[in-house]
Design a protein around this ligand. Sequence first.
Ligand code: SAM
Length: 272
Amino acid sequence: MTEHYQHRARKRFGQNFLHDAGVIDRILRAINAKPDNRLLEIGPGQGALTEGLLNSGGQLDVVELDKDLIPILNQQFAGKSNFNLHQGDALKFDFTSLNAAPGSLRVVGNLPYNISTPLIFHLLNNASLIRDMHFMLQKEVVERLAAGPGGGDWGRLSIMVQYHCKVEHLFNVGPGAFNPPPKVDSAIVRLVPHAVLPHPAKDHRMLERVVREAFNQRRKTLRNTLKNLLSTDEIQACDVDGSLRPEQLDLAAFVRLADALSDQLAAAPRAD
Ligand code: SAM
C-alpha cells in the first residue's frame, strides 16, 4: 500500500482546494489542453487540476509555494515524464526560465486570492510568452477584469489588463466546490494577450501613471485629479472632457492622455 500524506489547508497560503469533480471537469474543458501545449500551473495544491492537465499529454510545469505539498505532488505525478515541479513563490518566478516559445505558454491556476492581482501583473510583464491564461479568482475580481467603462467595476485593474489582453468571464463557481469553502463566490476568467495591441501607448509606464492618478480619487473630475500631470488644455487636446470622472473614459482615451504625458516629458528640458 502506498503511503498517503495528510495535508491540512493553510489560510496564509490561500488554500481552498477544489473537490467538485463537475467543476474540475468544466475548467479542464474550458482550457482544452492538447499534447503539443506548454502548460504552467500556479499553485497546484493537492493536484485537483494537475492530473487532468497531465492527461492531456502537454508538457506541464507547476509552481507551488507550500513545501508540505511537494511530497504529495511528487507521490502522485513524479513518475510522469511531462511533469516538472518547481517549489517557490510564483510572484518571484522567472517565466523566461521555462524556455517556452513566444506566444506558447498556457497558464492555469486556482489562485490564492491574496496574490491574484500582483501575479496577473507579473505575468503581464511576460505577456509576449503567453498564449492564454485561465484563472479561478474571486468573482468580484473577475467582474472588475471584464468590466467596461461607465460603471463602478471599471478601474486600474480592468484598464491595465485589457490593454494587454482580451478578457472573458467564463462561469461562476460557488463556495461549495472547495474544501474548505471560501467566504466569497469565485469565477473562471480567460485572458488572451492581444497579438497586436489595439491601443498601443508610446510608453505603457505613462499609462500606468495616468490611470493610477485618475483612479486614486475616482469621484473627482479628471481636470482635478490629473492637474499635476496635464493642464486642462492638454486634456482637452486629447479630445477628453476634463469635467468627466475617470470611470467614464475608455481605454483609448486613457492612452491618448498617456501619450500626451509622454510628449510633454520628451519636450521638457532635463532637470540635470
Ligand atoms: N490548484 C489547487 C486546487 O484547485 O485545489 C489549489 C488551489 S489553492 C486556492 C492555491 C494554491 O496556491 C495552494 O496550493 C497554495 O499553497 C499555492 N500558493 C499560494 N501562494 C503561492 C505563491 N505565491 N506561489 C505559488 N503557489 C502559491
